[in-house]
Design a protein around this ligand. Structure first.
Ligand code: SF4
Length: 299
């Protein structure tokens, strides 16, 4: 838990630890790499490791547990804060019981001053849990945004339809690390009327999109057109876009370490490994740090 460098949130809150990989987006998982270093505080309650380092890299053990003393952290903060829930794990991991996830939701419910962003790759578990929660509480938590990670079209095809069936105040996708072209078009929320500001009337769909490239060891480059097409779709639908960063590779800054990235139609773009800081976050010269500014009711 604590201050984060992630631009689309304010604090991270990690009430659970441990995870396991589910798809290509997990291949260079930062949390797994950190966990395999087995630093103090990054172990299970009984002292056993969350992950181990093998010759081919870090490996989660697959065990997941709640961290009891982390549960009530947001309760002690009066200042309204946006919290990224479980930035180092997956709240809907199959090895967490619903009763444990329920404890995390109960804290969010007790903190109406805050906004919580829950991002998962287990869209099926999230949908079932959120549906059950909404049924028992007459609707979703108004201060909880639910999101799924979509690194490519395959992940999007599996997870977005489930997200759209998930009762949530705001639904979002994180296309990070973006590893291929993704067409979100038909899934994006669309404005129905704009005369009820600041609460917009929108048709149910994806309400917010985050895009980012990969950084760190083994980072995979992002073709600029993958990001551009998502930007164009978001603009057309009036859906906010947060273009977080290029990742380790820049489309414009030259460097000796260059790779050709296939767009998917036989053409390539040369990408240069310059590091995350140098590559920056401008997409065609513009910053895209947009956030949702509406809340939904009755979903
Ligand atoms: S789901 Fe998230 S935390 Fe878990 S392995 Fe994948 S990237 Fe890492």
């Amino acid at each position: 838990m604590g201050k984060t460098t992630i631009g689309w949130t304010q604090e991270s809150w990690n009430p659970a630890r441990g995870c396991s990989r589910v798809s290509k987006g997990c291949e260079h998982c930062y949390a797994e790499r950190m966990a395999a270093r087995q630093l103090p505080g990054m172990r299970f309650g009984d002292g056993s490791p969350l992950a181990v380092m093998k010759s081919d890299g870090p490996h989660w053990t697959g065990r997941v547990e709640l961290i009891p003393h982390m549960l009530d952290v947001p309760l002690h903060r009066r200042t309204p804060t946006i919290w990224f829930v479980n930035s180092m794990s997956d709240l809907f991991h199959e090895n967490l019981k619903w009763a444990q996830i329920e404890q995390v939701f109960a804290v969010m419910q007790k903190c109406p001053q805050h906004t919580f962003q829950v991002l998962t790759k287990r869209a099926d578990n999230a949908q079932q849990f959120a549906e059950n929660w909404a049924f028992r509480h007459n609707g979703p938590l108004p201060n909880c945004w639910m999101g799924v990670s979509c690194e490519d079209q395959k992940a999007a095809a599996e997870r977005v339809p489930l997200l759209l069936k998930t009762p949530a105040a705001v639904r979002f996708v994180s296309a990070e690390p973006l590893l291929g072209a993704v067409d979100f078009g038909l899934w994006l929320s669309r404005k129905i009327s704009s005369d009820r500001q600041p609460v917009e009337n929108r048709q149910a769909g994806i309400d917010w999109v985050i895009v980012g490239g990969e950084s760190g060891p083994g980072a995979r480059p992002m073709h600029p057109d993958w990001a551009r097409s998502i930007r164009d779709e978001c603009e057309a639908a009036g859906v906010p876009l947060f273009f977080k960063q290029w990742g380790a590779f820049s489309p414009t800054l030259p460097s000796k370490h260059a790779v050709n990235v296939a767009r998917g139609d036989g053409t390539h773009h040369r990408m240069y490994r310059v590091g995350k800081k140098a590559a920056g976050h401008l997409l065609d010269g513009r910053e895209w740090y947009q956030m949702p500014n509406w809340r939904f009711t009755g979903r």
